[in-house]
Design a binder for this molecule. Structure first.
Ligand code: DAK
Length: 255
């Protein structure tokens, strides 16, 4: 039976893991199912934002029981990075809406998203070292980029889970809301993003991603300027500025 669901609400998609009996721990099969749904999201030109949200617990990590007996080759095959990288590279913005536990491979999934919203009793961390391993699905790369090396090392070396409030202080999450408001807040944010010029939103996501990988600020700024100017070939730029001058709301056409 399928353990991952994709729901579309207008131009917003929500992907959820449905394995409550194991606190939504992620098996290779679950991540493979997610992969199929990500392909569907990629093909749907009407979608403007993707939310990851699972009831009660975001995901208590990769499935330890499935991983326990792996040898080196099997451990490589278990890896989620192929799918996680695909999620990080999605052209539309993504939001992780975190309730309950987001641990290990679950937190690494949340880290592939562009933004994170946490419920006030969420617990987040990287307990891998308590199991004799370390985060291997992008955590060692994405966490230091997000919160800096010192907080990343504190989280990863200690294996301690942190509260939503502490995660907010570190910059691990964008905002903290009441537990029962997590998905609503994510939908509200997604809804606002969905109203903006879609070509500009997609392009600026790519510019930010490429900019973060570009160590030379001047080269980064040159790339930004080039992409920015390209928007003046789009219908949506003409419509957005015309609507401003005509004092009405723009009607973007994603072109
Ligand atoms: N895997 C499998 N089952 C899990 C699980 C997990 N990660 N987390 C929870 N469960 C299962 C429990 O085994 C239990 O099922 P039964 O044994 O009763 O059948 C059920 O969910 C409820 O859990 P608890 O009874 O333990 O619930 P509690 O409320 O008492 O405790 C807890 C909640 C989250 C503190 C505890 O369940 C816990 O410590 N869970 C493990 C958390 C964890 O260590 N997560 C990190 C896993 S390691 C890589 C790819 C991926 C990764 C690394 C590399 N590449 C190949 C390079 C990722 C690694 C990880 O995520």
């Amino acid at each position: 039976m399928s353990k991952v669901a994709l729901v579309k609400e207008g131009n917003i998609a929500i992907i959820s893991v449905q394995r409550p009996e194991a606190l939504n721990a992620l098996s290779r099969e679950i991540v493979d199912e997610m992969d199929v749904l990500i392909e569907e999201v990629k093909k749907d030109a009407d979608l403007r934002c993707l939310i990851f949200h699972s009831e009660k617990n975001f995901a208590a990590g990769a499935d330890i029981k499935a991983m326990a007996g792996c040898n080196e080759e099997e451990a490589k095959a278990f890896g989620f990075s192929d799918v996680y990288d695909k999620i990080a590279e999605l052209p539309i913005p993504t939001i992780a809406a975190i309730e309950g536990y987001a641990l290990g491979g679950g937190m690494e999934l949340a880290m592939t998203a562009d933004m994170r919203i946490a419920g006030e009793s969420a617990k987040m961390g990287f307990p891998e070292v308590t199991l004799g391993i370390f985060p291997g699905a992008g955590g060692t790369i994405r966490v230091p980029k997000l919160v800096g090396p010192a907080f990343a090392k504190e989280l990863i070396f200690s294996g301690d889970a942190v509260s939503a409030e502490r995660a907010l202080q570190m910059g691990l999450v964008n905002r903290v809301v009441a537990d029962n408001q997590v998905l609503e807040e994510a939908k509200k944010l997604a809804g606002r993003i969905a109203k903006r010029g879609p070509v500009a939103v997609r392009m600026v996501k790519e510019v930010i991603t490429r900019g973060l990988e570009e160590p030379d600020v001047n080269k980064g700024a040159a790339m930004e300027a080039e992409q920015w100017a390209k928007l003046f070939n789009t219908y949506d730029q003409k419509e957005g500025m015309k609507a401003f001058m005509e004092k009405r709301k723009p009607v973007f056409e994603n072109r």
